[in-house]
Design a binder for this molecule. Structure first.
Ligand code: PLP
Length: 415
């Protein structure tokens, strides 16, 4: 049989992604950072995140770019959990689909997560794997009544979700919503009977989803809500359940919250908090969750270890220290994120060259903040991004602020 060529044209439609545009735009800034040796830094981490050693220069520095917002990635209970699990099980993993045979420690982990977050929680090797597994099934209507849903992505939804758009577009209509534009979303809800909205809970470049408006749309139109709350898990909530979950009394069957447990949670992998036991059973075999590896034993162990910390008074102590550090920073440095209660800050300086200069000058003083530029932030809004942590002593934050102010003054940038 002869292949049925529709056209000899091999240019894609670029409806939902455009590498030619994006790679070209991001390469420029990347190259500047590379020339200045501000990426690709190799370190020894044995003295912790507040004292990373640069192998090339032998100099120590404070890492202000880690998403391990409470320092649980080096907590003794978390490390010990991994060691204990490996030793007691004597296997790195079963290396097969979890839905066929699952280890009893996995079951134990699921029970612990259920207790901690008060409902069914699906663990997986990463938050991105969960999103890749869940979104296409949500799109085709398999988590609701079987009819396809219009999938509306917030313009700033994390790459791990935006990445799935072309797959979903094969199942249904995909729309992009201007960032947090609830009027736009309501128009879509009025027009179509089945709509899902995909967004971050807390955004990696600052800001949060408009939860009150979203809940109102859910109540009035049955809007399905898919949140990625990777940046606030562990950081917010009595049990570290995150920004969105801590504001909901219960999860209904039209809401899903996914999050990475490789960030503040201090382990590795991802979780999906579900409002329905049926979703839990069904999603266990969804796409990459069925054919990819499952959480390795070491990761199950470090996750169990982190749950212990989450259940102890120490979680609140670390959360409070983080709140204190945020206030300390906000009192002295103006950013768009000032006063929003979040630990992610972007100090804007304008163009890419200036952003790299600031990042480099701070590094010379012993602080690493990453330069960020398009497409992470808008074209003329380059700067450095930093994340405050709960395992940072206030003195370190203050000395960082002093250095930052001094450098900004010399650069003639308002702060
Ligand atoms: C870091 C991050 C991810 C990726 O998490 P993995 O567990 O590594 O897949 C996904 N979503 C958001 C919002 C993130 O910040």
């Amino acid at each position: 049989m002869k292949p049925d060529f529709e056209s000899i044209n091999v240019i894609g439609k670029n409806l939902f992604r455009n590498n030619a545009k994006m790679v070209a735009a991001s390469e420029v800034g990347y190259r500047i950072a590379q020339e200045q040796n501000m990426i690709g830094i190799r370190v020894d981490a044995s003295a912790g995140q507040n004292k990373l050693r640069d192998i090339a220069t032998g100099k120590d520095f404070v890492n202000l770019c880690s998403c391990s917002y409470l320092g649980l990635n080096s907590h003794p209970a978390v490390l010990q959990g991994g060691i204990d699990a490996l030793q007691s099980q004597g296997i790195t993993g079963l290396a097969m689909a979890e839905y066929r045979i699952r280890l009893s420690v996995m079951e134990e982990l699921e029970q612990e997560l259920r207790d901690l977050f008060n409902g069914p929680v699906l663990p997986a090797i990463s938050c991105s794997a969960l999103t890749a597994g869940i979104l296409p099934l949500l799109a085709s209507g398999h988590l609701t009544d079987g009819e396809p849903m219009v999938m509306v992505f917030d313009k700033c939804a994390h790459f791990s979700m935006a990445f799935i758009k072309p797959i979903i577009a094969d199942e249904t209509l995909v729309l992009n919503c201007p960032h947090n534009d609830m009027m736009y979303l309501e128009e879509i809800c009025k027009k179509y009977p089945r709509v899902a909205y995909i967004c971050d809970g807390v955004y990696s470049v600052g800001g949060v989803a408009d939860l009150a408006a979203l809940l109102s749309l859910q109540e009035r139109y049955g809007l399905f809500l898919y949140f990625d709350d990777s940046h606030s898990l562990s950081v917010e909530g009595n049990n570290g359940e995150g920004h969105i979950r801590s504001r909901l009394a219960a999860l209904n069957d039209r809401t899903i919250i996914v999050a990475s447990i490789a960030k503040a949670f201090g382990s590795t992998g991802g979780i999906a908090m579900l409002g329905s036991e049926k979703h839990f059973e069904f999603l266990y075999r969804a796409g990459p969750l069925g054919w990819s590896q499952s959480l390795r034993i070491a990761a199950i162990g470090t996750t169990l270890g982190s749950i212990k910390v989450h259940k102890s008074a120490e979680l609140h102590t670390l959360q409070q220290q983080l709140t204190h550090n945020i206030a300390l920073f906000d009192r002295q440095i103006t950013t768009l994120q000032r006063g929003n209660g979040l630990n992610i800050k972007v100090v804007e300086v304008g163009d890419q060259g200036k952003a790299v200069h600031l990042s480099k000058a701070l590094y010379e003083k012993g602080f690493y903040c990453s330069p960020v530029f398009f497409p992470i932030v808008g074209r003329d809004r380059a700067g450095v991004r930093l994340m405050l942590r709960g395992d940072l002593p206030a003195e370190i934050v203050q000395s960082f602020v002093d250095q930052l102010k001094d450098i900004l003054r010399k650069m003639d940038v308002q702060h």
